[in-house]
Design a protein around this ligand. Structure first.
Ligand code: ZN
Length: 164
């Protein structure tokens, strides 16, 4: 039997290290649990997902993903929102992510870029928008997704438990 290769509707586990243009590590799974995602469903940035196709367990590679294939270009300006718009029990910090309702009711992610007194500055740009993403990837496992995973559009854990 040939070894499974990464293709649409497969659950893939990877270890990744993400560096910025300066070579500083922004994020890494190494030393912790690998990241799992459902291939072909937009669970990871498009440039990395495209590069994953056809890879097999044990494959290691590096790829640089430009902003357009990553978290997008920076657009628009951050908006100021009163602190009172947030729940009282939330300790607002730079980098926190919230979802606001868009025109069509879809949730839109926003990030806190600053807190000034009673004003909170929110930005629709991902913190890594405009950045070239330098990934080092190791493929840990590849398997076909279950019907339930395909229905949900994301992977479930080894015991089928899940965070939702
Ligand atoms: Zn699910």
């Amino acid at each position: 039997m040939s070894q499974a290769a990464v293709a649409n509707d497969h659950v893939v586990e990877i270890h990744y290290t993400l560096k910025d243009d300066d070579g500083d590590v922004v994020d890494s799974s190494v030393g912790g649990d690998p990241l799992d995602y459902l291939h072909g469903h937009g669970g990871i940035v498009p440039g990395l997902e495209a590069a994953m196709a056809g890879k097999k367990v044990g494959d290691k590679f590096a790829i640089s993903v430009p902003p357009a294939e990553g978290y997008g270009e920076v657009t628009g300006e951050p908006k100021s929102v009163p602190k009172s718009a947030f729940p009282d029990d939330v300790e607002l910090e730079e980098g926190m992510q919230f979802f606001v309702s868009g025109k069509d009711g879809d949730p839109i992610p926003v990030w806190v870029v600053a807190v000034h007194g009673d004003e909170v500055l929110l930005d629709q740009n991902h913190p890594l928008a405009g950045e070239t993403l330098h990934f080092e990837i190791e493929v840990v496992s590849v398997r076909k997704a279950s019907a339930e995973e395909l229905e949900h559009g994301h992977p479930h854990g080894p015991e089928g438990h899940h965070h939702h």
